[in-house]
Each structure stands twice: as C-alpha cells, then as structure tokens.
Design a protein around this ligand. Sequence first.
Ligand code: GLC
Length: 678
Amino acid sequence: MGRWDRRSAVEGAARRISRPRRADTLASVKRGACVLLVLAACTGDDAPDVDPIEARVEALLAELTLEEKIALKGGAALVPMDGIYDAGGVERLGVAPYRMVDGPRGVRSGNATAFPVGMARGATWDVELERRVGEAIGREAHAKGANVILAPVVNVLRHPGWGRAQETYGEDPAHLAAMGMAFVEGAQAHVLASVKHFALNSIENSRFEVDVQVDERALREVYLPAFRRVVQESKVASVMSAYNQVNGAYCSENAHLLTDILKDEWGFDGWVESDWVLGTRSTVEAANAGLDIEMPLATFFGDELSKAVRSGYVKARTIDESARRILRKHVEFGLDAPAPRDASVVESAAHRALAREVADKSIVLLANDGVLPLADGVRVAVLGEFADLANLGDHGSSAVSPSSVVTPFDGLSARVDATRTSSVAGFDVAIVVVGLDADDEGEFIPPNGGDRLSLGLADPDVALIRAVAAQVPTVVVLEGGSAITMDPWIDEVSAVVMAWYPGMEGGDAIAAVLTGEVNPSGRLPSVFPRAASDLVPFDPSADEVTYGLFHGQRQMDRDGIAPLFPLGFGLSYTTFEYANLVVSGREVTFDLTNTGDVAGIETPQLYVSFEGSAVERPVRALADFARVELAPGETRSVRMQIEDHDVAYWDDGWVVESIAYGVHVGRSAGAIELSGSL
Ligand code: GLC
C-alpha cells in the first residue's frame, strides 16, 4: 500500500479532502489589509505587508463615482470594425478599456495565423505544444491591440454532433483540463484569457434557450473539472458565462455557478463576462448572481443598473466587488503600461511553422493496410471536394483569416506525382479528401453551421469513395471538427486519416504524413462510434436536456458497446512496446520501447478503475497521459501520477475512498497494455 492509501486507511473508510471554503473571507482579509494600510499611513506605524495590487485597486475604486463603476460593467459596441470589442475603462483615471478579440483558432481581426482547431490540438495530447499555441495567439492578439483573448473553449464534447465541437479539445475532463490550462498559461504571457463557455454549453442550435438539467455529481465530476483547474491552477483572468440555462437559471444569472462555486468555493478573483447579446438576460438577477461585465454592449447593465442600485435592488457593495474584480486584472496585467505592439509577429514564419507542427502532430492515422506511407514514384490521383480547398473550420466567432492556405493538393503535388482528377483509371493510388465544412457544422448563424443530426459523410462522398475504392487502393483523408461515422465504406479502403480542420499549413502536414515525411502521432480526443445510435441521445431542438456522468467512451464502456475507434486511438508507422509497470503510492512508471525502424511519438494513457467503489463509476477514467518521442530501438522510462482529483467522487464535497484502485496503462481506452493497482 502506498503512502496515500495508508493515510486514507488511517482516516477511515472514506474521508473528505476538501470542503468548499468561502474565498470571500480571503477577499475581506485583503480589503481589511488595505484599510489597515490606509490607517497605518495615517498613524505612521510600520505598514503591514500589503498586496500592492489590492492597494492600487482600492485606491482606484475610491476615486470612482457610481456611474463610473457601472460603466466598467458593459461593452461599448455591437460590431466593432476590427473585431476587437471594447469594455469598461475610465478615461479620466487613465484606466484603459478591455479590448477583447476571438478566439480559440487564432486572432479574428484582419489577417492572422490560422492554427488547426481546438479538436486538432486536442488530438496532439501535447500540453507543451498547446502552451506554445496559446502564447503565439496571445502574442498576435496583443500585436493587434487587444488585451483579452476570448479563449480557450473547455466545454465537454458530450456528443460529436455538437456544432462547435471543433472549438473544444475533446470529451474527457482530465484531457480537457490539461489542454485548457496549457493554452491559458501560454496566452496570459501577453493578454488576459477568458475561458468559455461556463458552463455545460454542448448543444449549438438551442444554445440560447436550452435548459441543461444536471445533478451536482455530474456537474462536479464531468462538466466543471476543466474550468476549475483553469481557474485555480492556471489563474485565468476571466470566465465567459454560457448562453444556456443550467437547472433552470441562465448561466449569466446562475448564482450557484457564478458565486457559490466559481467565486466563493474556487476563489476566482477575476471577472465574469457574458456571452454576446443574448448572453445576458436581466439586470438585477445577473448583477446579484455574479455577472461582472455585459458584452458586447451595456443594455441591462446601462441605466437600468443605475436605477437598480438607486432603488436598492442591487447593493452598492455588489457594484464595488464587481468593480474590484475588473480593476484587479487591469492592474495585475499592467494594462496601464502595455508592452509595445509588434505587428511583425502576426503570421510570422515562426507562427506558421508552429501551425504546421500542430497540424503534423494532430493528424490521426485510423486505418492502414500498408498503402501508407506512399511508396516512392507512385502515381497519385487526388479527388474529393476538399482536395484543393481551404477548409479551416466554421465561419462563426472562431473564424480566422490567414493570408494564405496550403491545400492538400498543394502539399501532395510538392512531394509526389499527384494529379487532380475525377477518374482514377491508370493511377497506382487514389487519395480522396472529403468530410465536413462550415455548411455542415459550426456556430449556428442560419443557414450556416449548427449541430449535425447525422454523423456520416454526405451521400456523394460515400459514393465517390466506394467507386474509387473499387478500382484502386484508396486513402481517405477526412476533414472535420469531430467524429465521423464510416461504416458504409471503411472496409473497402486501404487507409483512413483524420486531419480535422488543419489550419493554414494543413495541406503540407497531410502530405507529409501520407508520404512518411512525418510519422503520424495524433490520438483521438474523443471516441469515434460506429453509429450515432451507439451514443447518448442528442436532440438540438429540445428545450430541456439532462446531462449525467456518462457520455462518449465512458458511456460505451458502461453499455458494453464497441466503438469504431476508442478515445486515445491512433496508429503509427512504427510499433511500441510497454513493459515493467511499477506502482508506488500514487506514482506509476513503466518502460516504453520503439520496436520499429522509424522514429515516432507515442501517447501512453493512464486510466483508473474503481472496483469496490461505494458509488457508480466509469469502467475506466483517464487520469494522466504523456507524449514520448522515441528513436528506433530506444526505451524510455515513463512516469505518471494519480492525484486525488483523478479518483475522488463528489458527495457534498470531494470523497476519496480507500479502495484498491485499478491502474491501467494503454495506447488508448480500448487497448490496455499494463495493469496493476494502487
Ligand atoms: C459568440 C460566441 C463566443 C464568442 C462571442 C464573441 O456568440 O458564443 O464564443 O467569443 O460571441 O464573438
């Protein structure tokens, strides 16, 4: 038994490792300290240790009129020219406004580097790489004059039909948290990040109205972990509340989410902004529930809010607390004296190379009968609607306009004897590039985007694949934002690759993977089912839905349904061997060897099982993962860690049981290589 078990055994069968604590005691202590400082200044005593940021905040606050405090709480324009939304600011005191710009794929203002979408980065499972993406996007946002990036999205991909699946990182809470934290830590080197959409925003068509019913356990264990860790560990400066309702209250006026959990229990000291326009539904309820800034324009938080304060429906101290949060991040991030703007970073060679690196590492090889990597000298027929199109993702708020895009045909014709054709007679191999685009899925701006009711390819694409595969070995390259079902054709083709929306350099990455210049290392950030009916129900027209503990891989494990490809799946041009598992306390180590003849990157995943648990649990839950690059024949010892939050369940506080947790190291959720127990 490791140290951890002995301690928990000593504390009896179950123990609570953390109880919600009221962080506003912390805030009031800070306030008290500031008051002490002012008093000490008057009496000449030695000033106690005082947080200079809080002192500056209090000094600014003391200068503001009620109207100026209220003016901090609203955006300034519905549709700004340069895509940058202003909010707040106090010109008289030199408090610059917040200048906010989208989004998770890159900066939506003028031309900017178009990175692969969030799901593609999720498929890299590469936390260090995502930190660099966050840093690059933050740098470009700053260069454009913004000081807030409206990203990352860490909403759970509950069902692949979700229109905005492309913006998030995947379906698993632990994986989402790791990727979202990395983005925030990178971006906040240059600007404030605003993690979104808090919370349970996983349906697009009904997003403005749908009421998501969820019990506290599913809320805490599945839908909030990524937000919690981004707030508590990465110290995100801002949180954007979601459009939808949760348990009958719109997120922007949901006191349980915004105040009880986010501000009081988690100790969030930044500011909550609404989603745009319909993201705010009231004046009094929203102000009292913990909404700090109404975006993009102050309507409920305009004169109505002044009246509400004057008539006592909103307390002056509520306005002060909100103004403190808004001023605090302004001071913390030094917005009074921003670093100089350097336009040369936008679409710089370094950022394009980064976009290419992400695309290289995000592409998932799903099936291969040996046709890949393409043999030298093969004559390649290139077909499909996306072969020579820029297909970067939806045209909603996460859209980005790069100055150039490398298409798959561009990439292929630079490397092999490739012909854009509609007939494959006389060719050695056919490559068919199909999938989804902004018409099929995305932010719902009718008639474009929205949720997918069917997860398959369009009929003409299926017909094309089958016609071509009947004549020559065929490689299908899929583009899209989440799972695509393949049963009608997958057994007839030689290889399948998932390229996501691969960004401005994606065509080179696709070609590099197909030719073996790059050894594919992407792993699925969500399960790919054989059929939509294998998954939880998904009704984008429903007014009310219930979310529970199970969806995706966990739901399929529970129901004993075999996916087409499990969470974490992806093939390589080399092979890897797992050996020598050692479990010591919470630490898990094992040896990983590249047993093939080309270098490659493996993503071992650590799953935990809960035999003997007092409550219903997933069959296995992801607890940790690593990216390991190995030369041919190289062996590396890999170390992973299990934390309390990986095994605890929620019962009015976190509970860690003293049971023999199973430890399972695998290539994917469906391919466990080594097992042991804590
Ligand atoms: C949109 C999106 C949000 C985006 C905001 C600003 O409606 O829901 O993600 O950041 O408005 O464009």
